[in-house]
Every structure is written in C-alpha cells, then in structure tokens.
Write a protein that binds this ligand. Structure first.
Ligand code: HEC
Length: 218
C-alpha cells in the first residue's frame, strides 16, 4: 500500500509541475489520483490474484505429481510409486511455496496420511464440494478470506485417472492385496480406499498471505 502511495504522489507531482494550478487544486488532484490508485487494489483484485496464483500453482503441482507417479509405476510398479505421493517429496512444490509465500497442501475427508487432515475451514469447503458432487453441481476452485492476513485457495481433486484406483480403489479388486500390505504398513490408519472414478478424492489447499498478493497486484 505504501508503494502505491509513493508512486501515485510522484505521478501527481509530475502532473502538477507540468501543469501549474492553484495550491488548493493541487491538493485535490493529489487526493483524487491517490484515491484512484488505491481503489485499484480492491478486495476483488486481491481475490482474483489469489485465484490466478492458486490455479497456476495447483496445476503445476498436480502435473508434477501425476507425471512422476505414472513414470514410477511404469518403472518399478505400484510399490515404487508409493513414496512419490507425498507433496513434501517434491522440491519443485517446495520452491513454488517459497516463491509465492504460500502453504501448499492436499487435504481430504478420507485420509491416508493423518498429516493431510483438514482444519475446520478446509473441512467445510471439502463438505461443500462433496455436496456439490452428490448433487451434480459444478465443482470449481474457490477463494475466501479466512482472516485479516490470509486468503485460502481451494481446488477439488477428482478421481479422473484409473491409475488412482490402484492405490485408492477397492481392495482386492483394483488394489492388489500384496500392494496394500505395504501401503497399510506405512499408513496404519489409512482410510483412503474404496474410491470410484468421478469421486472427490480431496482438494488442493493453498494459504496465501494477503500482503504478498497485494504486492503482486501492481
Ligand atoms: C502408488 C499408489 C498411489 C497412487 C497410484 C495414487 N495415490 Fe494418492 N496417495 C498415495 C499415498 C501413499 C498417499 C499418502 C501421501 C502422504 O504421505 O502424504 C496418497 C495421498 C493422496 C492424497 C492426500 C490425502 C490423503 O489421503 O493423505 C490425495 C488427495 C491423493 N492421494 C489423490 C490421488 C489421486 C487423485 C490419484 C490419481 C491421480 C492418486 N492419489 C494416486 C498413494 C497413491
């Protein structure tokens, strides 16, 4: 915000010095320009920035995960791929997190890793997505201001690829018992099975600092 003020008063100074006017008018012009500049960083533009950044980050993260998952399965089978399912295993996602000052997670109502448990706001959004899916409504990314300083971006993760079912499908049908023994030994509290194609598996949850978004707007 301070940057806007400085820039706009410089603009005002240049305008004023090329175009001399009485003092009271100069003050009015400065005020007018400042208020126009400030108005541009509206809540709507901050939310739009969060939506754009969230779309970009989740798209890159999703593609990175899927690509690595598929090639790991091709190379060494399901068990080789299990360790590629952690968001925290990807340096690229880590760098996105630093570059955008964003906390990037995947959360779900039915968990494999208890660290991916939703907080109460995330749970509400997941439940709303689940309701939308059950009622054949469109599931779209969402942004909401969750506190004075933080904006939450969410995007549904659907089971759209049959490969997901080899680890999240039905036991002894899509998931081979021998593979599940390993998954279960790593995640003893696992409840992320029994999914079908088209189900909501979870969502990307990205917390942005409002301050960072404001800087990105201009
Ligand atoms: C090779 C087995 C495997 C495949 C294939 C797989 N997953 Fe997973 N999935 C896992 C494991 C293991 C975890 C736990 C990761 C962790 O520790 O954070 C997980 C976690 C998740 C989570 C985070 C929530 C939770 O339950 O912890 C989501 C969301 C998810 N998977 C979606 C998918 C989707 C969508 C696909 C298909 C594109 C897919 N997975 C394919 C094994 C797999």
């Amino acid at each position: 915000m301070r940057k806007v003020l400085i820039q706009s008063s410089m603009v005002a100074f240049i305008l004023v010095s090329c175009n001399p006017r009485p003092v009271e008018n100069q003050q009015e012009i400065i005020k007018e320009i400042e208020s126009r500049e400030i108005r541009r960083v509206t809540k709507a533009s901050i939310m739009e920035e969060a939506l754009n950044q969230g779309d970009l980050i989740s798209e890159i993260a999703q593609q990175t995960l899927s690509k690595t998952l598929v090639s790991a399965i091709q190379k060494g089978g399901i068990l080789e791929a299990v360790e590629k399912c952690k968001v925290s295993a990807y340096p690229l996602i880590d760098s996105l997190s630093t570059a955008y000052q964003a906390d990037i997670r995947r959360v779900s109502l039915k968990l494999r890793n208890p660290n991916n448990a939703p907080d109460s706001v995330e749970r509400d959004v997941l439940e709303a997505y689940e309701y939308a899916r059950q009622n054949s409504l469109e599931l779209v990314p969402n942004v909401e201001e969750i506190s004075k300083d933080v904006i939450l971006y969410t995007k549904p993760i659907m089971v759209t690829n049959p490969v997901c079912l080899s680890c999240h499908g039905k036991l002894n049908q899509e998931i081979l018992i021998k593979n599940y023994e390993t998954i279960h030994s790593l995640y003893p509290a696992d409840s992320a099975i029994g999914y079908s194609m088209g189900d909501l598996r979870g969502m990307w949850s990205i917390h942005f600092l409002k301050k960072h978004l404001v800087n990105a707007v201009h």
